[in-house]
Ligand binder design. Structure first.
Ligand code: FES
Length: 84
């Protein structure tokens, strides 16, 4: 039986990247590493989500999270992975 992986997609469009996602890529990757989740999650980047005004953003199983910063991202990931 195939297990469906959770998906984390970070916006690498120029606006989000310049406004914080450059750092958030590292924070998300370290979070997945620290929580031993690298094999449970498909983490990748994507071009602009079309939500630049409320970036930086990422998607957690398709749900867009907006106005992220280095503190809020950890709480959001904690909530998302609580069920694992
Ligand atoms: S650059 Fe991220 S939503 Fe546009």
């Amino acid at each position: 039986m195939e297990i469906t992986k959770k998906e984390v997609v970070i916006c690498l469009g120029s606006s989000c990247f310049a406004r914080g996602n450059k750092q958030l890529v590292k924070i998300v990757n370290n979070y997945l590493l620290d929580h031993n989740l690298l094999n449970e999650v498909r983490f990748h980047g994507q071009r602009c989500f079309g939500h630049c005004a409320v970036g930086p953003s990422l998607k957690l199983d398709g749900a867009i999270k907006e106005r992220l910063d280095e503190e809020s991202i950890v709480a959001i990931l904690d909530d998302f992975f609580e069920s694992l």
